[in-house]
Design a protein around this ligand. Structure first.
Ligand code: IMP
Ligand code: MG
Length: 176
C-alpha cells in the first residue's frame, strides 16, 4: 500500500467549523433551557469540537469524557462497548449530550448510548462534528450534526490517521 499523505482538499476550515458550532450551540441552548445538561466528549477525537461547541452553549452545563471502543468490526453491528475510561459525573436523571467527532458505521455510538442508558439519565442525544451516512450499519443517528461528509478517510480537527493529524486546524482527507 502506498504511503498515505494528505493530498485532499480542505473540506472545512476552522472558520466554517466555528460558525457551525455557533449555530448548533444556539439550538442546543434553546432545546435544553431549564434542564440539567451534561456534555460527554469521546476521547480523543472530539476534543477540538467539544471545545468549540461548549463555548456556544449558554447554560449551566457540566462536562465529562469517555474513552470507548466497540467490540467487533466491519459490517457487524455490535451492541457491546469496551469502556477504557468511564465518566465520573453522576448522570442519573440528567440530560446527556454525547459529543463525537464522526459517526461512521455508528457501532461505537449505538453501544455507548446503550451503556449510558443503564445509568438512568433522562435522555441521551448525540452532537457530532461529522456524519458519514453512507457507511452506517448500526441503528443510530446524530441529533445535532456539524457537516455531512462523503465516504473519504477524514483527518484533522481531532480526527486521526494512526494517531496523527489530530492537531490540524481544518478538516481534510487522505488519498492513496
Ligand atoms: P463508528 O463506530 O464506525 O461509527 O466509528 C467510530 C470511530 O471511528 C469514530 O469516532 C472515529 O474515531 C473513527 N473514524 C471513523 N471514520 C473515520 C475517518 O474518516 N477518519 C478518522 N477516524 C474515523
Ligand atoms: Mg472517535
Amino acid at each position: 500500500m502506498a504511503v498515505k499523505e494528505i493530498k485532499g482538499k480542505i473540506l472545512f476550515t476552522q472558520e466554517d467549523i466555528w460558525k457551525r458550532a455557533k449555530e448548533l450551540g444556539e439550538q442546543i441552548t434553546c432545546d435544553y433551557a431549564g434542564k440539567e445538561l451534561i456534555l460527554i466528549g469521546t476521547l480523543r477525537g472530539a476534543v477540538p469540537w467539544m471545545a468549540d461547541i461548549m463555548k456556544h452553549i449558554d447554560l449551566d452545563l457540566e462536562i465529562d469524557f469517555v474513552s470507548a471502543s466497540s467490540y467487533g468490526s466491519g459490517t457487524i453491528s455490535s451492541g457491546e462497548v469496551k469502556i477504557k475510561k468511564d465518566i465520573e459525573l453522576e448522570i442519573s436523571g440528567k440530560e446527556v449530550l454525547i459529543i463525537e467527532d464522526i459517526i461512521d458505521t455508528g457501532n461505537t455510538l449505538k453501544a455507548l448510548k446503550d451503556y449510558f442508558y443503564i445509568k438512568k439519565p433522562n435522555s441521551v442525544k448525540i452532537c457530532t462534528l461529522l456524519d458519514k451516512p453512507s457507511r452506517r450499519t448500526a441503528d443510530v443517528k446524530g441529533d445535532y450534526i456539524g457537516f455531512e461528509v462523503p465516504d473519504l478517510f477524514i483527518v484533522g480537527y481531532g480526527l486521526d490517521f494512526d494517531q496523527k493529524y489530530r492537531n490540524l486546524p481544518y478538516i481534510s482527507y487522505l488519498e492513496e
